[in-house]
Write a protein that binds this ligand. Structure first.
Ligand code: SAH
Ligand code: SF4
Ligand code: F3S
Length: 513
């Protein structure tokens, strides 16, 4: 299907819920015009080729934003943050100006996250808050985009209950923002454009980056892993990789602009390149080329242990601008639970991978993601998570209570673990996480570390803040001229989650291999 046909079949103008129709009538009304996003369709992984397209702002829309302001609120992961940078770039291209107050905005977008129920609840709460703005000024456009828009149940709920919303568009439709806005201005009806499946990669997207020190670069989109608890493969579509030359060009460009740190982004970056049919090229190959670019720090996230291969380890061991911090989500320390999660590795395989990485990169530090209270997780299985945590010696973790996501296999599982028990497990795990973080910080007491200075500390403008190579937050006294530079800091006080220190000197230009 080409773009036009797809649009005809899926672009929808749903009636504004000011028509007071019963739920039954309502669905009848939409039968012919409204194709909701489908999790079932989203799960289908076709063999069709990835299309690479170049983005351009259509000439006729270039003045759309004149005299208008936009505001985007972002929830969720770095992928969403980066999508917000792209949407901001498109708004600017359309002539809009940014504002940091919803009261001043002519267009308000909520870029949403569907990963856990509480993430979704925050968005519904915010939509409630925004209602009065719409009542005060009906010309304000309110839009919902991001991962929640990809869910049928969310779109239906918004249609039924949140008539202050003017547009809903999905993660595959971001480049269509100019057309969606135009549609919303032209019609009094809710505009819904959510493609359930998408194989395309759009290049040349404009971006307004958050700062001028650190930048994100997408290397791939989507996820094919289908861990049984996770909604992401449905909301982000199939795995598809950007071409290496496009990524390298973007990183080179950022280096030329003076950026100091790049984070390569994907839901499962270790699967990078698996979808290329013409070349055999993976994350290790990409990192090996990027490390030659004159940029002091390169990170990547998120890794899946299953696809973390020896070539990548070998390349990472070359060090230089490739940082020795590895974020490696484990989710559980129990092989049985990992199996039901469909993570496709065992406890032993995970530990073996960590051992290999430590052997190749002796100063590597590890952080992870963990889910507690997976359906029917036993006390013993939870204890295995604690023991694995100790065995690896993680220096930090994002920890979560399992949240059932509609449409995923785990959501259908019976669960015999009471919420009280899950909460208690989370507390025990977090106590361990704190203990290990504090111990990792202690190692830096009186040491000299390299810090990329990001700006003034949030709590005290007299103090500067930045991160070490392995992502430890450092607060220290130093001149404002150090912002954006790499400096040496002597650590005077190690706390649980951060380090305090004194600046010693600015580093010479960092040597890149
Ligand atoms: N692609 C990444 C992370 C995606 S989501 C990866 O595979 O590691 C970030 C984290 O959210 C996951 O690592 C997992 O720990 C957590 N998560 C995902 N789905 C969840 C759910 N249904 N309930 C609780 N936590 C979840
Ligand atoms: Fe979700 Fe698993 Fe994909 Fe990560 S690898 S995004 S946890 S399905
Ligand atoms: Fe959330 Fe979507 Fe990211 S569900 S975690 S915003 S990929």
């Amino acid at each position: 299907m080409n773009e036009k046909q797809r649009l005809e079949s899926q672009q929808v103008q749903a009636a504004n819920s000011s028509d007071k129709k019963s739920e039954k009538d309502f669905s009848k009304y939409f039968e012919s015009v409204y194709t909701p996003p489908s999790l079932k369709d989203a799960k289908k992984r076709g063999k069709e080729d990835v299309q690479y397209q170049d983005f351009a702002i259509p000439e006729e829309f270039k003045n759309m934003g004149k005299g208008r302001h936009f505001y985007i609120r972002t929830y969720g992961c770095q992928m969403n943050e980066h999508d917000t940078e792209v949407m901001a770039g498109i708004f600017i291209g359309l002539g809009y100006e940014p504002t940091d107050s919803v009261e001043n905005a002519n267009v308000i977008l909520l870029n949403t996250c569907a990963i856990r129920e509480n993430a979704e609840n925050k968005v519904f709460g915010e939509l409630g808050h925004l209602k009065h703005l719409k009542q005060k000024n009906p010309d304000v456009l309110i839009g919902v985009c991001g991962c929640m828009s990809q869910e049928e149940s969310v779109v239906n709920k918004i249609l039924k209950t949140y008539n202050q919303v003017d547009m809903i568009f999905g993660t595959h439709n971001i480049h269509r923002l100019p057309n969606i806005l135009q549609e919303a201005y032209m019609s009094k009806e809710m505009v819904i454009e959510v493609w359930s499946k998408e194989g395309d990669i759009i290049e040349n997207l404009p971006k307004v980056r958050r700062g001028d020190i650190k930048a994100w670069v997408n290397i791939m989109y989507g996820c094919d892993k289908f861990c049984t608890y996770c909604i992401v493969p449905y909301t982000r579509g199939k795995e598809r990789s950007r071409r290496p030359e496009d990524i390298i060009q973007e990183v080179r460009h950022l280096a030329a602009q003076g950026y100091k740190e790049i984070t390569l982004l994907g839901q499962n970056v270790n699967a990078y390149g698996k979808d290329f049919e013409d070349i055999k090229y993976g994350l290790g190959d990409l990192m090996d080329e990027i490390r030659k670019i004159d940029i002091p720090r390169i990170r990547f996230t998120t890794s899946h242990p299953r696809d973390f291969d020896d070539h990548l380890i070998e390349v990472l061991s070359k060090g230089g601008n490739l940082l020795e911090h590895i974020h490696l989500p484990v989710q559980s320390g129990s092989t049985e639970v990992l199996k039901i999660m469909a993570r496709k590795y065992s406890r032993e395989e995970y530990l073996e991978l960590v051992r290999k990485i430590k052997a190749a990169i002796p100063n590597a530090s590890f952080t992870t993601d963990i889910i507690v209270g997976y359906p029917n997780e036993t006390d013993e299985q939870f204890e295995e998570t604690l023991s694995l945590y100790r065995e690896v010696g993680f220096e930090g973790a994002y920890t979560f209570i399992y949240s059932p996501r509609e449409g995923t296999p785990a959501a259908k599982m019976q669960d015999n673990v009471p919420m009280e028990v899950k909460k208690e497990r989370l507390q025990r795990l977090n106590a361990l996480v704190n203990e290990f973080s504090a111990a990792a910080m202690k190692k830096y007491q009186d040491q000299v570390v390299e810090v990329l200075v990001e700006g003034e500390s949030k709590n005290n403008p007299e103090v500067l803040a930045g991160y070490t190579r392995n992502s430890k937050l450092v607060n220290f006294k130093g001149p404002k001229s150090a912002i954006g530079k790499l400096v040496k800091v002597k650590i005077t006080d190690a706390k649980t989650w951060s380090l305090n220190g004194e600046m010693i000197e600015e580093l010479e230009a960092i040597e890149v291999n």
